[in-house]
Write a protein that binds this ligand. Structure first.
Ligand code: GLN
Length: 474
């Protein structure tokens, strides 16, 4: 089977009858079985995927191809798909089935996407290694002793190992970009409010956004174009015009880019990542883009601000899982308060409990002003200072992560080390701006390196245009 890099390549072969949708689906189903030990999929919708493919083949015969006919996709286990299980990789949602489609999913289905299964992730999308899932960790396909990244680890490995063609993830502080970087693929986090959050299980609502994991920039552009835009079920979605991103990526344009000097000089950053970032800076110059170093002395504030705000929002969002309304209920308890306590104690994993407690603390009387309100003010400063740079430059370049994929278990005993993995990704999340991680070079262990570009709100067209000039996923 050809290793397709984009949906347009697949559709060309479908049109020219070199392949059928059924053959494609069978290929992915076989690979999913062969590589089951990677633990990327939580459920595979085998029969449905085959019957969907049969219908798609009929559509092709009748000349009724959708824009996504032939595309086989997986969904991170935080995105609702009607009549299918969804449980944020948590025991607390055991047995829960979604009764509606997320708006993003509905729009993809309208273009004939074939959803092959749901994908492992960190519990409630809280994590940076996929080691916080109630269903076990995911292995990186490049080196199975290493993490996939997280929280959209299953989504990244499914695309990396070619278990499906593309996947949806969600990004609150880096969960699409960081696993994409560890797996050598393209991860797009759109502008906050670009895509409806209806049907996305909430972690921190002022940060959460659905994103894509793909092998090509072209696919990221097409999927965004289909999913983005106004939605009557989510009043926070922007009504600003949805560009035709798939056309915006060509022809190649020249841009003015800033890189943050303090980030590259930071001792925490791995040598080979610094080297590849510098190589990319030289390449940008060679290709006649403008690239300049700027100062931005706020790196130390990023991770604390992000974790104060997201844990606060998470503690409120996760209050709904009380053992009565959704999923798992503790057995043999006949008193309400104890039922809540026992269900939540049994249902949530350690990291989720840690964050609910931290979030409850920062919102509690006497501490709210010192922590939560202050963090909101710092968020504003970070956003304003980021926008000051973006007033002079089209994009900001940073590494996506301080290290490449680390060993399974390497950071599980030290939550702070794990949180520091997010040091470069949370800036775009705090500012609500779009960012993309793309593969560029390898480290000395042959592990993929990801670089990140951030841009102004709603500039996804230009952002993807620039990345498209450089990306070549394997
Ligand atoms: N690693 C970050 C966290 O644990 C990012 C998670 C995400 O983007 N969902 O919060």
């Amino acid at each position: 089977m050809t290793h397709y890099l984009s949906i347009s390549e697949i559709q060309k072969d479908l049109r020219e009858k070199r392949i059928t949708c059924v053959e494609l689906v069978n290929y992915f189903l076989t690979r999913i079985k062969e590589l089951k030990h990677l633990n990327a999929f939580l459920d595979v919708y085998e029969e449905e995927a085959i019957s969907h493919a049969k219908k798609s083949d009929e559509k092709i015969k009748n000349g009724q191809m959708g824009r996504l006919t032939g595309l086989v996709m997986g969904l991170k286990d935080v995105i609702c798909y009607k009549n299918h299980p969804v449980q944020a990789s948590s025991k607390i949602l055991n047995g829960f089935h979604s009764i509606y489609n997320a708006t993003a999913v509905e729009r993809l289905l309208n273009e004939d996407v074939n959803i092959i299964g749901r994908l492992n992730c960190d519990e409630f999308a809280m994590g940076a290694s996929n080691e916080n899932s109630a269903f076990g960790h995911v292995h990186n396909f490049v080196d199975e002793t290493r993490v996939s990244g997280g929280s959209s680890g299953g989504s990244a490995v499914a695309v990396q190992a070619n278990l499906c063609h593309a996947a949806l993830g969600s990004d609150t502080g880096g969960s699409v970009r960081q696993p994409a970087s560890f797996c050598g693929i393209v991860g797009l986090k759109p502008t906050y409010s670009r895509i409806s959050r209806y049907g996305l299980i909430a972690y921190a609502s002022s940060f959460d956004i659905i994103g894509t994991l793909t092998k090509s920039v072209e696919d990221a552009a097409l999927l965004l174009e289909i999913m983005a835009g106004k939605d009557e079920y989510d009043s926070t979605v922007s009504s600003s015009e949805v560009q035709q991103y798939s056309k915006e990526i060509l022809p190649a344009k020249k841009y003015k880019i800033a890189y943050i000097k303090d980030y590259l000089e930071n001792p925490a950053i791995n040598f080979s990542i610094r080297r590849e970032t510098e190589n990319f800076i030289s390449l940008l110059k060679d290709r006649k883009h403008t690239i300049e170093g700027v100062d931005f002395p706020f790196l130390d504030y990023m991770v604390p601000t992000y974790y104060l705000l997201t844990t606060a929002e998470a503690s409120a969002n996760l209050a709904r899982y009380d053992g009565l309304r959704y999923g798992q209920r503790a057995e043999g308890i006949h008193e309400l308060e104890n039922l809540y306590k026992k269900s939540r104690t049994e249902g949530f994993g350690e990291e989720v409990k840690r964050r609910i407690m931290l979030g409850t603390f920062v919102l509690s009387e006497g501490f709210q002003d010192a922590y939560f309100t202050k963090a909101q003010k710092v968020r504003r400063v970070i956003k304003d200072k980021t926008m000051e740079i973006l007033a002079d430059y089209d994009f900001i370049l940073t590494p996506t992560t301080p290290s490449t994929a680390f060993k399974l278990g390497e950071h599980t005993q030290d939550p702070v080390q794990m949180y520091l993995q997010d040091i470069f990704t949370v800036q775009a999340s705090l500012a609500g701006i779009p960012a993309v991680s793309f593969p560029f070079g390898k480290d000395d262990d042959n592990l993929p390196i990801g670089l990140q570009l951030m841009g102004r709100e709603f500039c996804e067209g230009d952002l993807l245009n620039l990345v498209n000039q450089f990306v070549n996923c394997p």
